[in-house]
Structure formats: structure tokens, C-alpha cells
Design a protein around this ligand. Sequence first.
Ligand SMILES: *[C@@H]1O[C@H](CO)[C@@H](O)[C@H](O)[C@H]1NC(C)=O
Ligand SMILES: *[C@@H]1O[C@H](CO)[C@@H](O)[C@H](O)[C@H]1NC(C)=O
Length: 202
Amino acid sequence: MIARSFAFVGVLYATYSAFGQTPPTNLPPATPGVFSAQSSIIIDGPIETVWSALLDFPAYPNWNPFVRWVHSLHRILLEALTDQTPHENLRLIIAAQIPPLPTPVDASTPPNLLHAQLSFENITAVDTAQHRVAWKEIMIPAPLLSAERWQALSVVNGNQTFYEAREVFGGPVGYVVDALFAQGLQAGFDAQAEALKELVER
Ligand SMILES: *[C@@H]1O[C@H](CO)[C@@H](O)[C@H](O)[C@H]1NC(C)=O
Ligand SMILES: *[C@@H]1O[C@H](CO)[C@@H](O)[C@H](O)[C@H]1NC(C)=O
């Protein structure tokens, strides 16, 4: 029981805090908002391997318990013009499970329809040099809801990768999202970080 509590506290420290051993962040400064979901994890693998996995949207169904699939709008409307490479100003439709599915998942894992959420997003950054990617919610207009999800990688301990994800939710609808989804979103961020680590270290 005590051991379990300590493990839990350890996970909290590792996940949320800027305490001693947490590597320096590679995320841009956070914008103010109503609440945020964030997670980080150290992955035993080279940064380029993690970066490729993060941008390989077609492979998400094989491993990601939170973001089940990502399609660019082109892919849905104009199958022939499919450009699989994420780039700035690309519109995405994202199907998420909030809270996330139990792990592990693969492409045949059925969705929990009660927890399925679709969102319409715009890629706002793909910075290959800095290993940062971001997309922003554009379904609900910005004065009502702002939500930009940043993910960043950095090299730690010579040959490991520090993965970080953060999304700040702002605007009046941010309070609604907070009340309805904050816990599930946090669980999703944590589950994706764990699953990405599993995927790369497997
Ligand atoms: C999408 O993001 C790009 C890059 O930040 C920006 O130039 C563009 O105006 C955005 N488009 C929409 C519809 O939000
Ligand atoms: C990664 O780092 C560890 C610890 O320094 C070392 O033992 C290992 O050989 C390194 N692996 C590679 C592939 O460089």
C-alpha cells in the first residue's frame, strides 16, 4: 500500500513537475488559459526514431490509446492527393478517446463510442530542427475556445529522448472542457506518453 502510494507520487513528480531530475523543457512558453493537460516521459531510444513515430499519423491506430486516428482533410476529400507528411497549415480531423482506451491497443481495437471525440485542427508548427510539432483546435472559434497541443523532443543522457506534451485550454468554452474532460484528457496525455515509450522501446 505504502509502496504503491510512493510509486504514485513518483509518477506525479515525473509527469507534472520541474523538480530536480526533470530535464529542461523544449516546449515553447505556455500561453495563459483555464487549464492544461501535460505529460512527459524519458524514452530509451534515439530522438529521430521518436520523431518519426510521432509524425507517422497512419500508424497511430497500431499503438495510440488516446489519439486513435488522424487524417488530413485532403486525405478524406481527395484521396488521390494524399500528402502523408505533416506540414504547417494542414487541416486535420482527429479522433480521440477521452479518457483513453485501456492499453495495449492495435488497429483492430474497437473504439469506446461513449468516449469518442472528433476534433478539427490545423497544424501550426512542424519544426524538424527543434523537434517540435503543434496543432490547434479550429472547430470552435478562437474567442470561445483556444486549444493548442504542443509536443516536443530533446536528447537527454546522451542517447535517450525526453518527450513532452502540453495543451492549454482557454476561452469561455475552456471552462466547459475543464469540467467535462480535464481528467480524461490528462489520462490521455499520460497514456499516449507511456504508449509511445512502449512503441519505441519494444
Ligand atoms: C493554420 O496554421 C498556419 C500556420 O500557423 C496559419 O498560417 C494559418 O492561418 C492557420 N489556418 C487556420 C484556418 O487557422
Ligand atoms: C546509451 O547510453 C548508455 C549509458 O550511457 C550506454 O551504456 C549505451 O551503450 C548507449 N547506447 C548507445 C546505442 O549508444
